[in-house]
Design a protein around this ligand. Sequence first.
Ligand code: PGA
Length: 256
Amino acid sequence: MRKPLISGNWKMHHNHFEAIQTIQRLAYALSSSDYENVDVSVHAPFTDLRSLQTVIEVDGIPISLGAQHCHWEDKGAFTGEVSPEMLAKLNVSLVIVGHSERRHIFGESNEDINRKVRAVIAKEMTPILCVGETTEEREDGRTLEVVEKQLEDGLKEVKTSDVASMVIAYEPVWAIGTGKNATPEDAQEVCKGIRAKVENAWKSASEQIRIQYGGSVKGINAPDLMKQKDIDGLLVGGASLDPDEFSRIIKYRLLD
Ligand code: PGA
């Protein structure tokens, strides 16, 4: 049985004071039964991580600390970058890798993304590898082909046991921040394809690997998305900035 993982991607929002307030309000809105049903992570900007680590540890909040990206080397002359080793020291446990904004705005290649996936695993953190097609690719009927290639390249030389404990986030590029989410059936179709691809290449990992859907998730659409057989969680951008709305998503069972 895969435990759902609901992750908030704050992107470039919330300074460290706002981050402290947000996580405290989120923790206040959640109860132990929520954490029994769902794993929760928050992916904050780098400048917030040290403050959030303190609040999480001092207050004993069962939310996993996450980052939004990193470099693949431990250290070196890479101005502006942060290493997986530095994140691990802050007790970061999950790192988003290959988000479409990193791929499209900052030009990250599948090769860079694969290096990052392996570097994150090497520091005993869990990568959330993002995959997803653009509007044109969907209209050309190439969704699965694109997603399968992103998986193949992103997971090159990753051991089956490491693939099994990873997270894949299916985020159609056209659904991110647009208010146009994929229908639960469309999202399920692609997530099923992702699991089939994992089964094909990494066999036993396919039963354990968690697959999230992301793209304009809100309290109102979370229950139907979470009902889908191959959707094991959600990667939430805009709606995760507001602790009330994010807690509604985490409590999706109650909204149904
Ligand atoms: P959104 O972002 O929920 O604001 O569409 C999702 C994401 O980019 O992870």
